[in-house]
Write a protein that binds this ligand. Sequence first.
Ligand code: BDR
Ligand code: CA
Length: 331
Amino acid sequence: MSDTQVPLHRVIYDTDPGVDDAMALYYALAHPRIELLGITTCYGNVTVQQATANALYLTQLAGRAVPVAQGADRPLVKHAEAPPDFIHGADGLGNLPSRVPTTRQADPRSAAQFIVDMARAQPGQITLVPVGPLTNIALALQLEPQLPQLIKQVVIMGGSIAEQGNVSPVAEANIWNDPHAADAVLTAGFDLTMVGLDVTYKVLLPVSLFAAIADHHQHAATDTLLHAVKFYSAFYAGRFAHMKDFDGCYGHDVMAFICLTHPELFDYESGPTRVATEGFAQGQTLMKRQAFMDYPMSGWEADIPPLRAAMGVDLAAAKSLVQATLLRAWL
Ligand code: BDR
Ligand code: CA
């Protein structure tokens, strides 16, 4: 099937850019099957103001006038955590040495209002791809409780079912940043696919891949991405023994888009999934993996809707897709 025959994914990308967020954004802009209707921003890797500035900057560099709506600056209930500048840089893009002035402006609406307006205008058409804390999606649900029926599907980067966490032994960062929002979104009844550490920890992307892409395009957008990826990869080299001599990184957020465009590359498990909101396990995503079990404790009633979690991936194919997509003539 050629690129022009396949249906378009009409996407709102909810993001806290963030180096892997930037990688995912450029994958989405480069991919012929994705139409990016809007970007909504959230605190997380950086403050929400910085996330908005980065979304405007990255789209401007790529020459795309995608609307950007600023979202939540803090979680629903818990206190905000400090942005991890040691992972993404203080500016979220690996501490860029300079920036050209940004001429783009944010949409006047809040992220939640933007999502609701778009979903009402195009019922059943829009896919949400959230790759940061799920606060904006939870706020949109508060504005429009019918959102799960208005949205086609949700593909999140976040959580882990069987894999270790990355902010605690059991919690992944996006879910941990706002566990109350995550529990609300995961149990709301969306057609929801979770792309968590179970798969993103399987896919290592070398800096050389981004260097080849920058070399191919000779463009400020891919130069910026390469700079950011180098900073991000230095963090991984210092953190994980198996990455000490690798010179590369995990592509976390881009895996959500790969799952959207190429779901056949993944293995899945389905089940009702809750989020621990308090205590040592705060941010843990817990899936009921044994359908036959009938748990006596509250919170696991039969009406909790199931979600799909990606558990395995064809990593060579995923890596090739990142490379082939970003090498396309999209700039
Ligand atoms: C997730 O946390 C953020 O730091 C990344 O951008 C990604 O969305 C990985 O746990
Ligand atoms: Ca992110």
